[in-house]
Write a protein that binds this ligand. Structure first.
Ligand SMILES: [Fe+2]
Ligand SMILES: [Fe+2]
Length: 321
């Protein structure tokens, strides 16, 4: 079954903002076309993953052609994202969703819930989300057979997209998906459609608009407020429910959409030693997240027992969401 997402606008600060065009948009990343030079070349395993050059539609990955209709929709998505993701907004969302008082379910139940959402706008993906989760996890498993925590990390990394569903408050797209970036310091030029920050009130807050803003160098990403979305939410769920996944797994979940950092190297002055170690794993993961979106189907029933065993190893039977 396909659930088409129809979302209300939330928050008084959203009045007058036009969101109709993007009501069915689900993004997982921004515009930067993958570039082998600055990405993962030194971080691959012995059995190097061979990335296909085209996606399931026969186009380059993350290729948002300027003449493409979708490009306009994506630009509108980022306009709303950049205007409405403020420091105060993120703080409120963290508090609200940190209560974890909405649903009780297992990790696998959440996978199945997400399976009912088909991503209509991701240029690389037209399969149910569970296919993307399992394609990513299985591709990593093939190349890193001993890192079972990384297989499970791949399985859960996008589960936070349930925020789009009514039972989770049906958040608008700009508050769930797309690239993420820090709040509380200047918006780096590498953030896609940077021009729209002109309409974000934080731009004019002298506390926030210097390079380091309210942070200090080496303070650790854990102390930096990142725009709200499926990454931070799933991190919160995993952590608060007492997962035993290693820190690198939690780091991947939390920062996999933070393209300004992991693709462009922006904001790296805030990283501490542990962040730098974890970033190596994020680089590895990201390659699979992007390129495993292909027509290779995964037999869900066949691989399910393996993933259930990992869930049992690293998570409680039921989690609070
Ligand atoms: Fe994601
Ligand atoms: Fe993903």
């Amino acid at each position: 079954m396909t659930i088409l997402i129809d979302q209300p606008v939330i928050g008084s600060h959203l009045e007058n903002k036009k969101v109709d065009e993007i009501n069915e948009l689900v993004l997982d990343g921004g515009f930067v076309v993958p570039n082998g030079e600055n990405a993962v070349s030194e971080l691959v395993s012995n059995n190097e993953f061979v990335a296909p050059e085209i996606n399931s539609f026969g186009h380059s990955f993350r290729d948002y052609d300027a003449e493409n209709e979708r490009q306009k929709t994506v630009e509108e998505f980022y306009r709303l994202n950049h205007i409405n993701q403020t420091y105060d907004f993120v703080k409120k969302m963290r508090e609200e969703y940190g209560k974890l008082n909405r649903v009780e379910m297992s990790i696998w139940e959440c996978c199945e819930l997400l399976n009912e959402v088909v991503d209509d706008s991701d240029p690389d993906l037209d399969e149910p989300q569970i296919e993307h989760l399992l394609q990513t996890a299985e591709a990593i498993r093939k190349d890193y057979p001993d890192e079972d925590w990384l297989h499970l990390t791949a399985l859960i990394h996008d589960l936070g997209k349930v925020l789009l569903l009514p039972v989770f408050g049906e958040l608008p797209q700009w508050a769930v998906v797309g690239d993420t970036h820090p709040l509380g310091c200047a918006f780096d030029e590498s953030i896609v459609h940077h021009k729209y920050f002109k309409e974000n009130p934080d731009t004019y807050n002298p506390e926030f608009n210097s390079k380091n803003g309210i942070y200090s160098e080496g303070c650790g990403l854990d102390n930096v407020m990142i725009s709200w979305g499926h990454d931070d939410y799933m991190y919160l769920v995993a952590k608060e429910n007492g997962t035993t996944l290693p820190q690198a797994g939690l780091f991947i979940v939390r920062y996999h959409s933070f393209y300004p950092l992991h693709r462009c190297g922006a904001y790296k002055q805030f990283m501490n030693k542990e962040d730098k170690e974890n970033l190596k794993w994020l680089h590895i993961f990201n390659k699979y997240d992007l390129y495993s979106k292909s027509k290779v189907r995964v037999d869900v029933e066949k691989v399910k027992p393996y993933y259930l065993s990992l869930i049992e190893k690293y998570f409680p039977a039921k989690l609070r969401w």
